[in-house]
Design a binder for this molecule. Sequence first.
Ligand code: NAD
Length: 341
Amino acid sequence: MHRVEAGPLRRFTSQIFAAAGTPADIADTVAEFLVRANLCGVDSHGVIRIPEYIEEIDAGHVKPSERPRIAKQTATTGMIDGRWGFGQPSGVMAMELAVKKARKHGVGTVLAVRTNHIGRVADYTELAVRHNMIGIAMTNCGPAVAPWQGMDKLLGTNPMSFGIPAGKEDPIIADFATSASSEGKIRVMRTKGMALPPGWVLDRDGGPSTDPAVLYEGGVLQTFGIRGYMLNLVVETLGGALTGEGVSDEFKGVNGIFMQAINVKHFTSLRSFTASIDKMVKKMRSSRPAKGFTEVLVPGDPERRTMRERELNGIEINDAIWDSIMQVAKRFGVKPQTTGA
Ligand SMILES: NC(=O)c1ccc[n+]([C@@H]2O[C@H](COP(=O)([O-])OP(=O)(O)OC[C@H]3O[C@@H](n4cnc5c(N)ncnc54)[C@H](O)[C@@H]3O)[C@@H](O)[C@H]2O)c1
């Protein structure tokens, strides 16, 4: 097991991408987002992705020096062309543009096409929350998930995130795949030799399994029950049909992006809104815990806690993941700065 501080890990990650032909500012953004995912405890979307992103550059799928552009816009809507560069700059541009439009007109809705993987979707709703706006972000993904009661790969893991600003309390940050699990989490569990909870995957014959390996041997992810199935179809619609990139197994992209910012001030006073959210957060936290639990949290709490702990004590990266990153780093002659076993 390796324990790495966030700062050196960020620099190390950025240097790898820069050595692979990425302009320094884009390499910094991608590194910042990957390491932030680790800090939040979402290791499936952290530096484990370095080898995959480099493979995508090698294959010509990620064009590291391309920058996103605004393809078209109105007062309240926008369309970003990611030009097949890294996904994170497209995601940032989309939500920043949505916030800008919402500041003036109350709501901004911005989609992005031809983008690569944008990572942890909450990063973008948190961006809206920093401007005291409600952020909504969704992205469809390549087919890996079966429809409810089906066994064919017809849907993406299709995550959605909602960010809600509070006043004195912490914001509510909901961020989840509409599949029973993200693929990345299963990848991490396979690396750690862990069994999956029931209901996450079907094997190649459509039978239930708790073995993460079946997913990579012709198996398929399941939706998060019937409710996950319905929400998944919504993400297909907004990220695939509305962007024009295609739905279900006709979607040949990586992430079709839908982002929206809602400016609270255009509907009610920010003060009364945040007071309501504060009250709601407090009420949830003051609920009597059910049997087997010691506390009640709000979405965003687990990530904030893990971030505080990891900023203090560093990020643990298991040997298999670290070795795969080091292989890529060696290829580019990049050395990590500070690591501890
Ligand atoms: N870009 C992509 O293509 C893509 C695809 C799929 C998933 N993802 C990302 O994968 C990540 C993991 O998704 P997931 O479905 O495994 O998430 P998950 O099932 O672990 O759910 C996480 C959410 O649940 C909240 N939560 C957890 N425990 C809680 C508790 N006790 N009380 C209240 N709230 C609690 C968290 O704050 C967070 O909002 C997300 O960041 C998602 O955006 C990205």
